[in-house]
Design a protein. Structure first.
Length: 266
């Protein structure tokens, strides 16, 4: 590596790898995430310095460099308590390259804005998908839902834009979605029943955070509203790489997605 990465590598080769934790922390705080991943593999001490404290100077300074000030200053990341978690959330946020041409990701790095384009449905996927493990993220709508507002998951092959106002997420066998407007579950172009499965389920309120839980071991997708577990929405998911995704139709509507990490089981 060059620059500070080279300095860390040099320290690893010589007696420097036994530097006090505080000094290592200072060196590490100049590195980027890719370099930190390599450093964590050097020895137990380095791994402990990097991962022992998720609010250490290392993660604090990395967060300051890669996160927009707005993301750190507002309550977007209020459910991500540590700086390491905030950095991870940013790396799992909406992709600016893997979305409909009619949406853009705002400066905060976490919020999608749909431009007012007539007769178009527009979606976005996150930068990173999952083929194993258990993962949770929050999604919330700011601004009107319109006739279709779908949250869920998609493979890399699912379309992120189409003509008309439709439930794009769930319109084929490459995606699974929950339409917050009519509470329908959608997959393969079909309605898979309503969700949550209870009488008079409350309608989604703007700004309400929905927690999405993907379990690639059990191959299930589940949802929570507030701190209420709504149940499993989809079972038998395929063992492929699945990405958090949304699709929207309303002009100037905004959707925020924040990756939380492993779900906390209540």
């Amino acid at each position: 590596g060059s620059g500070s990465g080279g300095a860390a590598a040099a320290a690893a080769g010589g007696p420097g790898w036994r530097l006090p934790g505080r000094v290592l922390e200072l060196v590490f705080s100049y590195l980027e995430l890719r370099e930190l991943r390599s450093c964590a593999l050097v020895c137990k001490l380095w791994h402990r310095v990097l991962h022992g404290d998720e609010n250490s100077e290392v993660w604090r300074s990395l967060a300051a460099r890669c996160l927009a000030e707005e993301a750190l200053r507002t309550d977007i990341l209020c459910n991500v308590p540590t700086y390491k978690g905030k950095v991870r959330a940013f790396h799992h946020a909406f992709s600016t390259n893997d979305c409909s041409r009619n949406v853009y990701i705002k400066k905060n790095g976490f919020t999608l804005h749909r431009n007012p384009i007539a007769q178009s449905t527009d979606g976005a996927r996150t930068k990173i998908g999952f083929s194993e493990g258990r993962h949770a993220w929050e999604v919330w709508w700011e601004g009107p839902l319109g006739t279709v507002a779908v949250i869920g998951i998609a493979t890399k092959r699912a379309a992120m834009q189409c003509q008309g106002y439709v439930a794009l997420l769930g319109s084929d066998d490459q995606s699974w979605g929950w339409n917050l407007v009519d509470n329908n579950l959608l997959h393969n172009g079909e309605v898979n029943g309503s969700f949550p499965q209870c009488n008079n389920a409350p309608k989604y309120q703007i700004g309400e955070r929905i927690r999405v839980i993907l379990d690639m071991e059990d191959k299930t997708l589940a949802f929570e509203r507030g701190y209420e577990f709504l149940g499993v929405a989809f079972r038998g998911l395929p063992k492929v790489c699945l990405y958090p995704a949304v699709s929207a139709v309303y002009g100037n509507t905004e959707v925020t997605l924040v990756y939380l990490g492993k779900p906390l089981d209540g």
